[in-house]
Design a binder for this molecule. Structure first.
Ligand code: XMP
Ligand code: MG
Length: 186
């Protein structure tokens, strides 16, 4: 496994889990799958801020069917590595998704608590269809029974950063997905 040295100081050398080429190849494949699934229709990509912003930007450019964006924000893990278990909506949709094909775009499906909450919430809007695209899936961590319709990569129980994902808001701009050492100081 290769490592990168983030330029921001101080920063540890981080092990690369997925290179930018591997990510781009997989995101392109998901875009092609979405095109096939929604041929002749339009979709609304609903990104979950902030972690999914970069995935959504790349995924949207891999999709040829008509596509619009919206974003929601929910309470996050805060600075640490562990969830508080409670989800709070911080930013709602700008527009109704009633009768639309909704794809919720998320960085990681972990315990499933966040996407379980959002899926229930969006279902109440009576969309035409409702699917989930998660760049990463950590199935071993699941508490709530939920799965994604489009998954980039399944990964073991490791905390990752880069490509939109953060540790205390750092490292979101890394082009690679890297493993965060568990002993990294907050
Ligand atoms: P749940 O547990 O609700 O969590 O499925 C989903 C959210 O938790 C965050 N998360 C991570 N963020 N590296 C991150 O930067 C990780 O390894 C990680 N695991 C979970 C993420 O915001 C996700 O949306
Ligand atoms: Mg997230």
């Amino acid at each position: 496994m290769s490592t990168i040295q983030p330029k921001a100081v101080p920063a540890p050398a981080l092990s690369v889990l997925f290179s930018r080429e591997e990510i781009q190849e997989r995101v392109t494949q998901i875009g092609q799958q979405i095109d096939a699934d929604y041929k002749g229709q339009s979709v609304v990509l609903v990104g979950v801020l902030k972690g999914a912003a970069i995935f959504l930007a790349d995924l949207a450019r891999s999709i040829s069917v008509e596509c619009t964006f919206d974003f929601v924000a929910v309470s996050s893990y805060g600075k640490g590595l562990n969830s508080s278990g409670a989800v709070k909506l911080i930013k709602d949709l700008d527009q109704s998704v009633e009768g639309r094909n909704v794809i919720v775009v998320e960085d990681i499906l972990d315990t499933g608590i966040t996407l379980g909450f959002l899926h229930q919430m969006f279902a109440r809007h009576r969309p035409k269809s409702l699917r989930i695209a998660a760049l990463l899936d950590k199935p071993s961590r699941r508490i709530q029974k939920i799965s994604a319709d489009y998954v980039g990569f399944s990964i073991p129980n490791q905390f990752v950063v880069g490509y939109g994902m953060d540790y205390a808001e750092r490292f979101r701009n890394l082009p690679e997905i890297c493993i965060m050492p568990p002993d990294f100081p907050e």
